[in-house]
Design a protein around this ligand. Structure first.
Ligand code: 13P
Length: 363
C-alpha cells in the first residue's frame, strides 16, 4: 500500500479550518433549506400550494429575510436553483445571506439512485462534473457543501456493498470539495425506517461511521476542514420500544466517541423525521450527557427547523410575519439545545406535536 502522500497546502488547510469552525461557532448551527424542486412538492401539498418556482422563491425569501436569523444560524444549505434566485430587492439569495453574515452552503449531490445487486439499497450520483461545479460555486460565494447518502436498516441491510460504495463516494466528494476551498459536510444517514431497537441502530451507525472515517483517510481528506452530518441514534420509527432522551444521548455520544476522530471540528445532526420538539430535546440531552465531547455538537435541520414556519405561512402573504416568527422560535430553541440550555416544552411548535417522518425520505 502506497503511503507517500503530501498534505494539502497550509493556506488551504487554514481556510477550510476557519470555515468549518465558523459554522459550528458557539450557539449556532445550520438551516438545511436545500430541498430539491421536486421534493418541495411534499412540503407544499398539505397547504394546496402549487410547487412553482415562484412559490419556492417566496418561501425561501420568507426564511432568509427573517430578522436576527444570524443570531442562531451560521450557515444555510441551498439548492442550485435557490442560490441564483433573487429576492424582491434584486439580490440573489446567496448574496443576501452572505451580507447578513451567514455562510452559504450548496447541495452538490444529484440524488439517490438504485444500487444494483442489493436489496433495494441506493447510492448517490453527482461525481462526474463535481470538480468544475465546486470551482464555480466557490467563485459564486459558497464556502461549504452537502452530499447525502442513505443506508437502510433491514434484516439483511445495510450490505457490505452499500456501506463501501456510499462511504467511498462521500470520501471522493469530500476530497474534491476541499481541493476547491469548500468544506464538505459528510452525510452518511442511517434511516430511521424500520422496527429495529436502538441497539441495532447503534451497531449499524458505528459500522457505517467506522467505514466512513477509513474511506476519508484513504482519500487523504483533511478532517479538520470537514463536518459530519449524521443521524441521531434512535429506535426504528415503527419500533414499539421508545427510549428516553438520556438513553438516546448516551448511545449517540458513546458511538461517536468510538468512531469519529477528535480532529473533526463538529457534528451537525440531521433531524431525520423527528418532531421539532423531539429533535430539540434530544440535541439538548446530547449536549448535557456526562460523557467526553471532543467535537462541537450542533444541528443541520431541515424539517425540524421549517415545519412550524411552513404551517404558519401556508402560502399566504399576510402570514409571512407569523411564519418568520415561527422560524425564529425553532432556530432559538435549536441554538439553546446546542448549548445544553433548552428546557423541554419551553418553545412549543406552531401545531401540537406532529410527526415529520416520511418513509424512505428523499431530499
Ligand atoms: P432533515 O433535518 O429534515 O432530516 O433534513 C436534513 C437534511 O439536510 C437531510 O439531508
Amino acid at each position: 500500500m502506497g503511503t507517500n502522500y503530501q498534505y494539502i497546502p497550509c493556506a488551504l488547510q487554514e481556510e477550510l479550518r476557519r470555515i468549518a469552525s465558523a459554522i459550528v461557532a458557539p450557539g449556532k448551527g445550520i438551516l438545511a433549506a436545500d430541498e430539491s424542486p421536486g421534493s418541495m412538492e411534499k412540503r407544499f401539498s398539505p397547504y394546496n400550494l402549487p410547487n412553482t418556482e415562484e412559490n419556492r422563491r417566496q418561501y425561501r425569501q420568507l426564511m432568509f429575510t427573517t430578522e436576527n436569523l444570524q443570531d442562531y444560524i451560521s450557515g444555510v444549505i441551498l439548492h442550485n436553483e435557490t442560490l441564483y434566485q433573487k429576492a424582491d430587492n434584486g439580490k440573489t439569495f446567496g448574496d443576501l445571506l452572505r451580507h447578513r453574515g451567514i455562510i452559504v452552503g450548496i447541495k452538490v449531490d444529484k440524488g439517490i439512485v438504485p444500487l444494483p445487486g442489493t436489496l433495494d439499497e441506493g447510492t448517490t450520483e453527482g461525481l462526474d462534473d463535481l470538480y468544475c461545479r465546486c470551482g464555480k460555486y466557490k467563485r459564486d460565494g459558497c464556502d461549504f457543501a452537502k452530499w447525502r447518502c442513505v443506508l437502510k436498516i433491514g434484516k439483511h441491510t445495510p450490505s457490505y456493498q452499500a456501506i463501501m460504495e456510499n462511504t467511498n463516494i462521500l470520501a471522493r466528494y469530500a476530497s474534491i470539495c476541499q481541493s476547491q476551498g469548500i468544506v464538505p459536510i459528510v452525510e452518511p444517514e442511517v434511516l430511521v425506517d424500520g422496527d429495529h431497537d436502538i441497539i441495532r441502530a447503534q451497531k449499524v451507525t458505528e459500522t457505517v461511521l467506522a467505514a466512513q472515517y477509513k474511506a476519508l483517510n484513504d482519500h487523504h481528506v483533511f478532517l479538520e476542514g470537514t463536518l459530519l452530518k449524521p443521524n441521531m441514534i434512535l429506535p426504528g420509527q415503527s419500533s414499539c420500544r421508545k427510549n428516553s432522551p438520556e438513553e438516546v444521548a448516551y448511545v449517540t455520544v458513546q458511538s461517536f466517541l468510538r468512531a469519529v476522530p477528535a480532529a473533526v471540528p463538529g457534528i451537525v445532526f440531521l433531524s431525520g423525521g423527528q418532531s421539532e420538539e423531539e429533535a430539540t430535546v434530544h440535541l439538548n440531552a446530547i449536549n448535557t450527557i456526562n460523557l467526553k465531547r471532543p467535537w462541537e455538537l450542533s444541528f443541520s435541520y431541515g424539517r425540524a427547523l421549517q415545519a412550524s414556519a411552513m404551517a404558519a405561512w401556508a402560502g399566504k402573504k399576510e402570514n409571512i410575519p407569523l411564519g418568520q416568527a415561527e422560524l425564529k422560535k425553532r432556530a432559538k430553541a435549536s441554538s439553546l439545545a446546542r448549548s445544553g440550555k433548552y428546557v423541554a416544552g419551553s418553545i412549543p411548535p406552531f401545531k401540537a406535536e406532529q410527526s415529520l417522518f416520511v418513509a424512505d425520505h428523499k431530499y
